[in-house]
Design a protein around this ligand. Structure first.
Ligand code: FES
Length: 115
């Protein structure tokens, strides 16, 4: 499993919808999401190739003064990243890790019991 991640020496701290996580440096943000939720991200509808846009997030870097949209499959994670919005596909994949915050996005399509 570890070989899906690019080599890293330490973990960096990022915040997703107000919740803090430690993720491997030198990896894309989408890989960081996979690190957080290895049981869901590999099965999401992600192209991993800057094409589908399902990995889009709104994020603020530690040295930025405002949030901006980025593609998490393209962007390399960095210490202090603060993510304020997730595309619905990511919300679905990360919901159990984010707890109540994960269902705060009104665009989440499948907020039903599905049975
Ligand atoms: S995973 Fe498809 S654009 Fe990022």
């Amino acid at each position: 499993m570890s070989e899906v991640f690019r080599p890293y020496e330490k973990l960096v701290e990022i915040t997703i919808l107000g919740k803090t996580f430690l993720v491997p440096e030198r990896n894309s943000l989408l890989r960081a999401f996979q690190f957080i939720s290895p049981e869901t991200i590999p099965y999401g509808r992600f192209c991993w190739n800057q094409d589908c846009q399902y990995c889009r997030v709104n994020c603020q870097l530690s040295d930025d003064d405002q949030f901006r949209p980025i593609l998490s499959c393209k962007f390399i994670v960095s210490e202090g990243m603060n993510i304020s919005e997730l595309a619905p596909e990511l919300v679905g994949c990360l919901r159990t890790k984010l707890g109540q915050n994960g269902i705060a996005n009104p665009q989440a399509p499948d907020d039903q019991n599905g049975q």
